[in-house]
Design a protein around this ligand. Structure first.
Ligand code: NAD
Length: 265
């Protein structure tokens, strides 16, 4: 997975999966533009890359705002001249509550970041890639884009939408040298899952993790690095025949949750 002379653009690059993936792109030779709502976090990722001898820049943007998205695309072109790999990753979890009680404003916010943000990213990056007839896009969906998760209606709806947008985009640009795929992480050890656990069980968030891990065939949460590895695979030429696909990184849970058996009791 060689990204020498490649330009990678990463949204949500200030923390978690985005940060680790930005660092992984840089370790393998890419120059990276780090985008995040949290400018200090974006700057910290870019700083970590340059400290390690890589090349990076950062810019603050709210992915729900078209003007901000156009500005991060322009900042990338002004600094690096093109975009080879786009990791369209920024996302939020929203509240944990059933549909019958879910807050309407939170629903709108989750859809705005996770769906409109992903749409706007492709809306403004794809024309840049189409002009060169080259590029790869990886959208961050989730296993919540494949199956339901009671208590997370906005998040589940938003991630199903990301998979839909991925398939549409892949078909639209398939003859133009551009591939578009989705990565579907299960629970990954970042602040997002810790926030969810704290909402579900404020007195014992660790219990949420233990219960969930008991249902994962590989027995543990994934790491941001394990997601980054799959993102880099989808972003590089090793996956040259892969487009419109969804790659699950969840320790096997979606395929075969532990404890669910056909054996009569
Ligand atoms: N952690 C998991 O278990 C998990 C599982 C499946 C999918 N995901 C997805 O992975 C992606 C990254 O999540 P993470 O776990 O690294 O979370 P995180 O909270 O650690 O990082 C998310 C980053 O996105 C940024 N962000 C949020 N809203 C933004 C906006 N409007 N504009 C620009 N940046 C914004 C945040 O500032 C933050 O730096 C998300 O799309 C999330 O839904 C995470």
């Amino acid at each position: 997975m060689d990204f020498t002379d490649r330009i990678a653009l990463v949204t949500g690059g200030g923390n978690g999966i985005g940060k680790t993936t930005a660092l992984a792109f840089a370790e393998r030779g890419a120059s990276v533009m780090v985008v995040d709502l949290d400018e200090a976090a974006a700057q910290s990722t870019a700083h970590a890359i340059t400290q390690a001898g890589g090349t990076a820049s950062h810019t603050a943007a709210n992915v729900t705002q078209a003007a901000d998205v156009q500005a991060y695309v322009k900042a990338t072109l002004d600094r690096f001249g093109r975009i080879d790999c786009f990791f369209n990753n920024a996302g939020i979890a929203g509240d944990v509550a059933p549909i019958a009680e879910y807050d309407e404003e939170v629903f709108d916010r989750v859809i705005a970041v996770n769906v409109k943000g992903v749409f706007l990213g492709m809306r403004h990056v794809l024309p840049v890639m189409l002009a060169r007839k080259r590029g790869t896009v990886v959208n961050t969906a989730s296993v919540a884009g494949l199956v339901g998760s009671p208590g997370m209606p906005a998040y589940v709806a938003s991630k199903h939408a990301v998979i839909g947008l991925t398939k549409v985009a892949a078909g639209e640009v398939s003859g133009e040298g551009i591939r578009v795929n989705a990565v579907c992480p299960g629970p990954i050890d970042t602040r997002m899952v810790h926030d969810i656990a704290a909402q579900v069980s404020p007195d014992d968030p660790g219990a949420v993790r233990r219960n969930y891990e008991a249902s994962i065939p590989l027995g543990r949460y994934g790491t941001p690095q394990e997601v980054a590895n799959v993102v880099l695979f989808l972003a590089c030429d090793l996956s040259a025949n892969v487009t419109g696909a969804q790659y699950v990184v969840d320790g096997g849970r979606t395929a075969s949750p532990k404890g669910v058996t056909a054996k009569p009791t």
